[in-house]
Design a binder for this molecule. Structure first.
Ligand code: NAP
Length: 328
């Protein structure tokens, strides 16, 4: 194979890049890594752009109990490491950088990396995942990093013996709340309805925990505190049924209200749905652009599981294989 230049990844290993790649995968969560594993086994010699931070949302997760093959559960980062080693075994090449600009309508497609390199490729699998959504309050924005967080695993440790709140009623909110009980004195879960969206098993566990208290039918109207002073000191809550407002003293607010797909820079080229997820055709991973495929949370507004992301990564690699054969 001809290689025209080399670039460095964070492990200082040289990554060889071809004049024209067969397939470049963008994203290193379960979707991207599984796509790489399948593409590599099909001898497509994939190049995977990991993005920074790499590994996707599983890197911020504690125990994963529902990924097949791990009866004793597995830590999120360990699971990512395992899939990555499997993709590496079949000689996937990795670059740990962000894609700054996508040229997806051209042929070949061109990916501009943050470090200035341009990568030309016959096909692309977009597996850029999704990022935590915030409430959108000015006070929340002001206090982000000063007590407001969307990552309990990253920041929970700082709230030892303190009172905190989690906003949301899905699996993420309950997972975060349970994780925070390791450190916090009390964890208040503030949910806008009186029924949780989370799975039954998570509800049963969380509802039994003494340290977790639920505040139902309520929304956060304002985060109180001063980023230059003590950070978050409380939240102003409104009960949506009776309109009453109250203040809750907490030093941390963890937002767990779902995720937005990472489609920035793709919007004027690819067909997206109303929530900005990439639209794919039927049961396939084909997008509206020939040679561009999408897998994982960036195209899945419904299931959003590690295992479904991995499954769609597999489908994307098979779709790419067929596309490359047909367009040779
Ligand atoms: P989700 O299931 O979409 O839940 C989001 C929660 O946030 C809902 O309870 C929603 O309220 C609430 N919410 C949304 N916007 C809000 C707003 N502006 N203000 C207040 N509350 C708001 O998201 P998720 O919990 O991140 O889960 C996403 C997917 O990942 C799900 O499929 C979930 O099963 C999966 N997941 C699985 C695990 C696990 O298996 N261990 C762990 C984490 C996530 P409503 O209920 O009223 O809509």
């Amino acid at each position: 194979m001809d290689f025209n230049f080399t670039t460095e990844n964070d492990t200082e290993k040289e990554t060889k890049v071809k004049d024209l790649e067969n397939v470049v995968i963008v994203g290193s969560g379960p979707a991207g890594l599984t796509a790489a594993l399948y593409a590599a086994r099909a001898s497509l010699e994939p190049l995977l752009i990991e993005g920074m931070p790499s590994g996707g949302q599983l890197m911020d997760t504690t125990e994963v109990e529902n990924f097949p093959g791990y009866p004793e559960s597995v830590k999120g980062p360990e699971l990512i490491d395992d899939i990555k080693s499997q993709a590496e075994k079949f000689e996937t090449r990795f670059i740990t950088e962000n894609v700054e600009k996508f040229e997806l309508t051209s042929n070949p497609k061109i990916l501009h990396l943050a470090g200035g390199k341009k990568i030309k490729t016959r096909s692309v699998i977009l597996a850029t995942g999704a990022s935590a959504r915030y409430l959108g309050l000015d006070s929340e924005k002001k206090l982000k990093g000063f007590g407001v967080s969307a990552c309990a695993v990253c920041d929970g440790f700082f709230f030892k013996d303190q009172d905190v709140c989690v906003v949301g009623g899905g699996d993420s909110a309950l997972e975060d709340a349970m994780y925070l009980t390791k450190f916090a004195r009390k964890v208040h879960v503030i949910h806008r309805r009186d029924k949780l969206r989370a799975s039954r098993i998570m509800q049963d566990r969380a509802l039994k925990m003494d340290k977790i208290e639920f505040i139902w039918d309520s929304v956060v109207e304002k985060v109180l505190g001063d980023p230059k002073g003590d950070g978050v000191t409380g939240v102003k809550i409104k009960n949506v049924k009776n309109g009453k407002t109250s203040k809750l003293k907490v030093t941390g607010m963890f937002v767990a209200i779902g995720h937005n797909p990472n489609t920035k820079g793709m919007e004027n080229q690819l067909e997206l749905d109303k929530k900005r997820f990439i639209k794919t055709k039927g049961k396939s991973t084909l997008t509206n652009l020939p040679g561009v495929f999408a897998a994982g949370d960036v195209m899945d507004p419904v299931y959003q599981q590690a295992v479904t992301a991995a499954g769609s990564g597999c489908k994307a690699a098979l779709d790419v294989e067929k596309f490359l054969m047909e367009t040779k």
